[in-house]
Ligand binder design. Structure first.
Ligand code: DQA
Length: 139
């Protein structure tokens, strides 16, 4: 099974940025744990701060991989381009957010991704990525 994690803008600053909301672990540290935990899966990790690069990655893997775990971060709330790219591919996409966006500012309550995602996991910290993998494994 091949699963691609795609993280959007500012998620390269996990462990540094707003630790009260996003925790003190960097994504690289967490990803190492994830790979150890799910040894039987081919797990890939990609991050970009640039909208078009996220779309390119979604298109690159979206016809071949068994699943995409997408945290589009702030682009979740703004990007019709990313939403359209998910509509255009065949791999299922699970939307993940570290924080519970529904309990935060109003502008975070809108997601352009959710209508096209297989499901949404949010508010469980980095464990949300574990949950997304477990859900793909359960299919
Ligand atoms: C986030 C929530 C977004 O609203 C925010 O812009 C992020 C991270 C999350 O994982 O909780 O950068 O996607």
């Amino acid at each position: 099974m091949k699963i691609q994690i795609i993280n959007g803008p500012n998620l390269n600053l996990l462990g540094v940025r707003e630790k009260d909301i996003y925790g003190s672990l960097s994504f690289d540290e967490y990803f190492l744990k994830l790979k150890t935990k799910f040894k039987n899966i081919e797990l890939f990790n990609y991050q970009s701060n640039i909208e078009g690069e996220l779309i390119n990655k979604i298109q690159d893997v979206g016809f071949d991989f068994d699943g995409i775990i997408l945290n589009a971060a702030a682009y979740t709330h703004t990007s019709i381009g990313i939403a359209d790219s998910i509509r255009g591919i065949t791999s299922p996409v699970i939307e993940v957010h570290i924080s519970n966006t529904k309990s935060r500012e109003d502008f975070r309550k809108k997601s352009f991704i959710s209508p096209h995602a297989k499901g949404v996991i949010q508010g469980f910290g980095l464990y949300g990525y574990d949950l997304a993998i477990l859900s793909f494994l359960n299919d």
